[in-house]
Design a protein around this ligand. Sequence first.
Ligand code: SF4
Ligand code: SF4
Length: 732
Amino acid sequence: MGSVQIVTTILAAGITAVAVWLAVRAVMKMTAVIRLGQPAPERFTDKGARTKKMLVETAGHTRMLKWGVVGAAHWFVMVGFVVLSLLVLEAYFEVVTPTGGLPIIGHWTIFGLATEVIGVLGLVGILVLMAIRLRNRPTRPGGRSRFTGSTMWQGYFVEWIVLLVLIFGFVIRGFKVATDHFEYPVWATPVSHAVGAVLPDWQDGASVAALIKIIISMTWLIVISLNVTMGVAWHRFLAFPNIFFKREPAKPAGSGLGALRPMMSQGKPLDFEEADPEKDQFGVAQVEQFTWKGLLDFSTCTECGRCQSQCPAWNTGKPLSPKLLVLSLRDHAYAKAPYLLAGGGKDLTGEEKATQAQLAHLDVLALAEADKPLIGTAEEGGVIDPDVLWSCTTCGACVEQCPVDIEHVDHIVDMRRYQVLIESSFPSEAGVMLRNLENKGNPWGAPQNTREDWTKGLDFEVPRVGEVDDFEYLFWVGCAGAFEDRAKKTTRAVATLLNEAGVKFAILGEGETCSGDPARRIGNEFVFQMLAQQNVETLNEAFEGREKAKRKIVATCPHCFNTLGNEYGQLGGEFEVVHHTQLLAHLVSTGKLTPVQPVDGGVTYHDPCYLGRHNRIFAAPREVLGDSIEGEITEMPRNSERSFCCGAGGARMWMEEKIGKRINVDRVEEAMATGAKTVAVGCPFCSTMLNDGVNGKGAGEQVEVIDVASVLLRSVKPEQPRGDKESAPVAG
Ligand code: SF4
Ligand code: SF4
């Protein structure tokens, strides 16, 4: 070993020892913080499905590849990171001797070829990612950036480290070529040979370059170890467990979509008949009341801003960004952690758990952080502003987009639950809706005995459950479908089409109450459970004696469809629920309904969030429209998975939209820009919001917002009177 190698070896060993020590300390700290969360035993089921999903999502980059170029570039960088870690290991042999290499595989040509190819692709990948970050930097003139609010220096730092490590990999090889110590042939390692051709014949070059490579790599490790909230770096490790422990690993995408996570206390679903607010946790009031998986979610956020770029609230000037919400919770959790780890925290009655002695030596910043209310305005020092919390439409765009499977909607609703159930603090205008749900069983407060009024004037009898036994489908009308004038037209259209197709169906009539969706999404789990239990009982009675496959329900409202199909199982109600567009598509494809006159004038389709993103039904409504219209559907730029919310979900339908641009107006402008005369929808709330938007723009005469079922009915029965124009002014 020469004198240069003695120095390079000592320096490499020294910086590595410091970096490893700091990294171990950082991992212990992160583990301790994540363990502060509440239990989540359900995350340990289905280990096989979890492992499979984790491998598919990480190795296949299934979620990242939705953003083609970024996804591909990131894949090469990820593979480069994993495979080229072997070359960092090899550098430890090269600081000892410039001709050193990895034992055994370090002499295989195939290893030389693979690392060469991955090194080049990794270089291209990181340059692309750097260019994308620069092009989207928040400070660039004009436009909104998905990186607004991200810690930009951390992103640049990580990218430069990757770039330099890759470059020095080729420099080491180049010195080996230049000194004639490189074993791989030119055909397998052309770039290394090209670099070697321009480097001097310096015998110690490989050792010095290897030392620089180790210093760069260890500097990265030291910096990230000193910054445990640096998700842009830590996600390389945390993404694996975060994906493994996702809520529903068997789901094709968006584990936090569809059903909401039930309200939990001490790792078990809360039963309101036995719940005690002094012993049980009602939602989340303190950051440590999230589960450990919630805290892992916050730690894993890469700050990529995909969620933010799709969020309807953020895109219309509201203060909510799902990314910034997650970052605020993460930073608060880590800043409060010293206090919690010292034994601090409030019990469920609000009493401090720690003794004076336990808190005596705590950092004042940790104590100050502990005093912050989780939900509070800037003046109150709150972590999350109430306007942020109540801006969410629960549209799921953030969950759909997140490459590391963070479950934003569950976290938002958990915080809402505490605010509603314990603090009674929520936008006051939603109080009327909640009172109506409790007292009248529907959000509008309409009398229950008018639930069947929509059947009046139909030229056939609509059978009630109990009057007929041999119905195939129970037609779940929903509150909008029964009481709201526009939605009633959809209900009548669906009933007419089912009757026309000879489908045996029956309604519950006055036996139906609200599915509970608005109560659950606003955070009032108590009212949700009350309504849901009543409905489950009614439905179980209606389907008595039938196996699950024959307990078929058709619903026109995607919110009811989602709640009945995905959430009633939590309360003992197992049904086969379809959306009316699915059933209609089936009836058309099997020849039971025949569109005869295509609807003209151009049609665009708005995907309702709870039908599309939350339940992945994109094709059926398009099939129905495709059969009913002239020409093709004119898609809006934001469609299918990336559809833009109408603004009504998450009980926002019953809240005023006081901040920023109205979400429905944003969506209507997009729809109108297609030039289509008909905007087809598959949800009564979307219908209301988009109609309001169209009318607000004074375009009610030029553009019609109408349900897919009504489009089909016009095509199947063109002789049907056209008084069913859904954008006509609505009474009541
Ligand atoms: S659910 Fe929709 S509105 Fe709520 S934070 Fe996510 S993207 Fe924004
Ligand atoms: S998409 Fe996921 S990882 Fe990216 S910023 Fe949003 S929460 Fe973080």
